[in-house]
Design a protein around this ligand. Structure first.
Ligand code: UDP
Length: 494
């Protein structure tokens, strides 16, 4: 019998990255039983939480590499972007580029010694481009697993590789190098880090270097669906100049306790409470509001959003955390919401405020949910669209602006309400956009398109006879990797 080949997965230190990497690890072990040993690598605290959440029979192995947050000027026990304030985020990125000796030791000494040969392949996040050099040194196949969409990543790469953007003024819209001339962006669609980047600042140093290194990887696996983003896939292939396989959506499709799906803290609410609350509402009536694992809107925006939600008189679940600029780990204060808001909306059964963290996948899977006001992080996008739920976009950072644009202009499943933390948002506008998406002809149309998108996604992951594009792409990628393995392993076909 052929010996199992070893695949090592290494996500960036952020919840939105660890969750899909864990899902990919589970997908490979489930789809190819007994064929591969799959190891997920992270820092000790992330591994500890992952260990609590992984069922003993998952087949996924966990390995930790040493990390001391104090060595990087980070608060104690900080190994994940979701527990650091925005101004310290850069430290997580910088710290992640210093893990080279630890990672190399794990691969070259520990795993290679235990297995008697180097791993078949290492699959890493694109913020960890430095791993390319280790893979080259050890003769191991290197691939990127891009946890973002193809279109968003193509714009993001182009924007970072063509600095500066400081010449762009607020009146202009501008062209993105590598894109068709008709494709325009506006200054407000650049995250602050990108807007002020000049190539020499700390963000530019980390991100440009990692992207450049990634471009000498062997392949990109993209957490998307070919039929969902045909233009995005074509642009990403052109801009990256690499083989790109779309294998998504890679997310836990089975509804599990979200608090246990990744390296995650205590849940803000018991999933059962949310689901019971949703049971009491008519189909497609509830708006779910969340800004992902690391973003918050400003205090003024929070007031306006609350007032707008109350004015719609529609049911909502809102994941609340301290506004932008406040300690992310602090208790949520009543003064951040209009006086009596939680009492009024809670007592009338119209609003459920969830502190900190919700069971998002369970919520989006419930038939009572009719819309998602989201920061358009790619996992949230996939989770919403795979359940046919249209979105209201409020992108906050990174490629979220381009995800929102693509969903509104290409797919017709999103209406953008606001951008970032600086925009003045009125409660009247909140009320108008929520009404537009939850009711009326436009909302109905969006729902139809979202349902057809959900079908495209379901078809792509079909694993039986008539294999979907994503299932076939993962087979094809692994077959390609196996062809590169040393001669002794040539019999190891999929
Ligand atoms: N998530 C969740 N509950 C929350 C917030 C986030 O389960 O209260 C999960 C969500 O389902 C998704 C991930 O965290 O899988 C967030 O990833 P995304 O790419 O949407 O945004 P990011 O947090 O990376 O900005």
């Amino acid at each position: 019998m052929a010996r199992r080949q070893h695949i090592v997965l290494f996500p960036f230190l952020a919840q939105g990255h660890i969750i899909p990497f864990l899902a990919l690890a589970k997908l490979i072990t489930r789809r190819y039983p007994g064929r591969f040993t799959v190891t997920l690598v992270s820092t000790p605290l992330n591994v500890r939480s992952l260990r609590q959440s992984l069922p003993p029979d998952s087949g996924v192995l966990l390995r930790e590499i040493p990390f001391r947050s104090a060595d990087h000027g980070l608060p104690p026990d900080t190994e994940n972007t979701d527990s650091v304030p925005f101004q310290d985020l850069i430290r997580i990125f910088q710290a992640s580029t210093t893990l080279q000796p630890q990672f190399e030791r794990l691969i070259a000494e520990e795993i290679t010694k235990e297995d008697g040969r180097p791993p078949l392949c290492i699959i890493v996040d694109f913020f960890l481009g430095w791993t390319v050099q280790i893979a080259e040194k050890l003769g191991v196949f290197h691939a990127i697993f891009n946890t973002c969409g193809a279109f968003g990543t193509a714009v993001y790469f182009s924007m970072w590789m063509n600095l500066p953007h400081s010449h762009t003024t607020s009146e202009d819209d501008f062209w993105v190098p590598g894109f068709p001339e008709s494709f325009r962006l506006h200054l407000s669609q650049l995250s602050p880090t990108l807007r002020y980047a000049d190539g020499a600042d700390p963000w530019s140093s980390v991100i440009r270097q990692q992207i450049a290194l990634c471009l000498s990887s062997k392949a990109i696996l993209c957490n998307t669906v070919e039929g969902l983003e045909p233009m995005g896939m074509a642009l990403l292939r052109k801009i990256a100049g690499l083989c790109v396989w779309s294998i998504g959506p890679v997310h836990p499709l089975e509804t599990t306790n979200s608090a246990g799906r990744g390296a995650r803290r205590v849940p803000g609410v018991d999933p059962e409470t949310c689901l019971r609350w949703l049971d009491a509402h008519p189909p497609r009536s509830v708006l779910y509001v969340s800004f992902g694992s690391q973003n918050s809107i400003s205090a003024a925006q929070m007031m306006a959003l609350a007032a707008g939600l109350e004015a719609t008189r529609r049911p909502f679940i809102w994941v609340i955390r301290p506004p932008f600029g406040f300690d992310v780990k602090a208790e949520f204060k009543d003064e951040w919401l209009p006086k009596g808001f939680e009492d009024r909306t809670g007592k009338s059964g119209r609003g459920l405020l969830v502190r900190n963290w919700s069971p998002q996948l369970e919520i989006l899977s419930h038939p009572s949910v009719g819309g998602f006001l989201s920061h358009c992080g790619w996992n949230s996008v996939l989770e919403s669209l795979s359940r046919g739920v249209p979105l209201i976009g409020w992108p906050m950072a990174a490629e979220q602006f381009y995800n929102s644009k693509m969903m509104e202009e290409e797919l017709g499943v999103c209406v953008e309400l606001a951008r970032g933390v600086e925009q003045r948002v009125s409660s009247v506008e909140v009320e108008r956009v929520v009404g537009l998406v939850m009711d009326g002809e436009k909302g109905e149309n969006m729902r139809r398109k979202a349902a057809s998108t959900a079908q495209t996604i379901r078809t792509a992951i079909e694993e039986e006879d008539d294999k979907g594009t994503s299932a076939a792409a993962l087979d094809d990628f692994l077959a390609t990797v196996l062809k590169t393995a040393p001669p002794a392993n040539e019999a190891d076909d999929l």
